[in-house]
Design a protein around this ligand. Structure first.
Ligand SMILES: [Zn+2]
Length: 233
């Protein structure tokens, strides 16, 4: 009887004072209303930046180093979907505030090579896009596909990266990019060759491409970066 009463009181307490949600990045400290705690947000070194790859503009949220890099690797290689939820939420907030992105019509997650998708079981770019549109309402278009299994881009020199991606993507029927602003989404941008290949394809189909990445590498071309990006496409 006493036990039942105690449980009832606890349930009532939770109803009146719901326990504060934990940060989705560290799962240790209470979250702020953006889903992560202050310490994790500071450790990400968030800096929203606009850059271009051969004339195509893209935005990114933080440098691919330290805490941010380990989060992305945990999301991809350990399947920690709550990290995708937290990063997608932060990206969605940034997109909502960015005037250049106000006219975006479609989100296009970078497709994974079929063999990689089978091995990993999910596409981290699609996962991020699903979470971004949770707070920034836009349709997701999955009509750009990989036509073949390309070698992983990591570890390849720049020229070979370009060759590796030649005719690697195609547009499936049933989706028009004509006159549409299309936001290409992925977790990390390294050399930008994947982004460039898809951007050019969208442009050939009459669309206006832009890019959105959680993280950016700063030192592309060094051995160190190539080694540190085991799964980056
Ligand atoms: Zn945290």
């Amino acid at each position: 009887m006493v036990k039942a009463l105690r449980e009832w009181l606890q349930a009532l307490e939770h109803l009146l004072l719901p326990p504060q949600a934990l940060c989705e990045l560290c799962r240790e400290r209470p979250a702020l209303d953006v889903g992560a705690c202050r310490i994790c947000l500071d450790s990400l070194s968030i800096s929203w930046e606009k850059r271009t790859v051969q004339g195509y503009p893209y935005f990114s949220l933080f440098p691919y180093q330290g805490f941010g890099r380990s989060l992305i690797q945990s999301m991809k290689f350990e399947g920690r979907f709550e990290i995708a939820a937290a990063l997608g939420f932060l990206l969605g907030l940034a997109c909502r505030e960015e005037p250049v992105l106000a006219g975006v019509d479609l989100l296009i997650p970078v497709p994974l090579a079929p063999a990689r998708l089978k091995q990993r079981g999910f596409n981290q770019a699609a996962l991020l896009a699903d979470n971004i549109v949770g707070i920034w309402k836009r349709p997701i278009c999955s009509h750009i596909v990989r036509t073949r299994d390309t070698k992983p881009q990591s570890g390849l020199p720049l020229e070979e990266r370009k060759r590796n991606l030649r005719r690697a993507f195609a547009v499936l029927p049933g989706c028009s990019f004509q006159g549409k602003t299309c936001l290409i989404v992925d977790d990390v941008i390294t050399s930008g060759q994947t982004f460039f290949a898809i951007a050019r394809l969208i442009e050939q189909y009459g669309g206006k491409p832009l890019g959105l990445f959680a993280a950016r590498t700063e030192m592309f071309g060094s051995e160190e970066v190539a080694e540190e990006l085991p799964g980056v496409q």
